[in-house]
Design a protein. Structure first.
Length: 178
């Protein structure tokens, strides 16, 4: 093998010509034949582990079967920087598609943000009641923590009722929010 096609090593990432990524686990030796086997794991789906003879792993793509293949070899080593660049490219493409619409809908329909921005307890109570059916359990916990309270309820409904009671008490007894 030339310098370009060195034997795979544990931890290296390779791209299959069908564009899936795999991580090398090890190069093993067949116990009966002594043949070297590449043991590698898919970096997608259910992360299956495969073994393939080293000669097949390092072979060129069969142009008769796969004339449209872009790679020269069945598996080609990928540098970590290339993977990061590819991920960054995918992320930026997704962000370019509809970033304003996503941001607006997140900010417009987010009970937690409205709750945190509310100037007083009555306003917080109004936000809570307005989103009674849509506020999540995590949001309820975050809302209560923003007021230095911990909810003990076991369900979303129990936590909602507990937070509502806390807010009603604060509206009744406190003049200024904490």
């Amino acid at each position: 093998m030339s310098d370009k096609r060195m034997t795979p090593r544990a931890g290296e990432i390779y791209r299959h010509f069908k564009n899936n990524l795999y991580q090398i686990i090890t190069v093993a030796e067949h116990s009966e034949t002594g043949e070297k086997l590449v043991v590698y794991q898919a970096l997608y789906g259910d992360f299956k582990v495969f073994a393939r003879p080293l000669s097949m792993f390092m072979s060129e793509v069969d142009r008769g079967k796969y004339p449209e293949a872009e790679q020269e070899y069945r598996f080609e080593k990928v540098e970590p920087e290339d993977i990061r660049k590819q991920e960054d490219s995918i992320i930026s493409k997704k962000q370019e598609e509809e970033p304003e619409q996503e941001t607006l809908s997140f900010e417009e329909n987010n009970p937690l943000l409205e709750f945190l921005d509310a100037p007083d307890h009555q306003s917080r109570l109004d936000v809570l009641m307005r989103y009674k059916d849509t506020v999540s359990e995590i949001m309820l916990d975050s809302m209560s923590l923003s007021m230095d309270c911990v909810l003990n309820g076991q369900s979303r409904e129990e936590k909602y009722n507990e937070l509502e009671k806390i807010l009603k008490t604060k509206v009744h007894y406190e003049k200024k929010p904490r």
